[in-house]
Design a protein around this ligand. Sequence first.
Ligand SMILES: [Ca+2]
Length: 119
Amino acid sequence: MKSSNYPSNYNDNEYCTWQIQVPVNKKIRLDFTEFRTETGKDYLLIYDTSHYQTATIAFDGTTYKPPPFTSSGNVVRVRFISDGATSLNVTNRFSFNYKQVGKKIAKMDPFNNLLPKLT
Ligand SMILES: [Ca+2]
């Protein structure tokens, strides 16, 4: 995913939402590859939709990249909101990758021990 106009500056007055969904029982991992937004003005929000009440995370800024984010469920919404102005001589853009990740698999499947051997 990339901000609009990438690698040029994103637009003013943006309000866009991406919904990322993977199969049930999988999770989503977001990895930010670039993050340059205007501090205190343009925000990226992550909604972990399995946790409506709590897990909304907001990022802005030009000096750091958000850490990798892993959802608790199989749906994540990412929203970008920019204000009505762009400062001169700045780079305003971001990009991130996402991938499906599995939940931990139990080390031993006891059911296997019950199957007759087929030799
Ligand atoms: Ca702005």
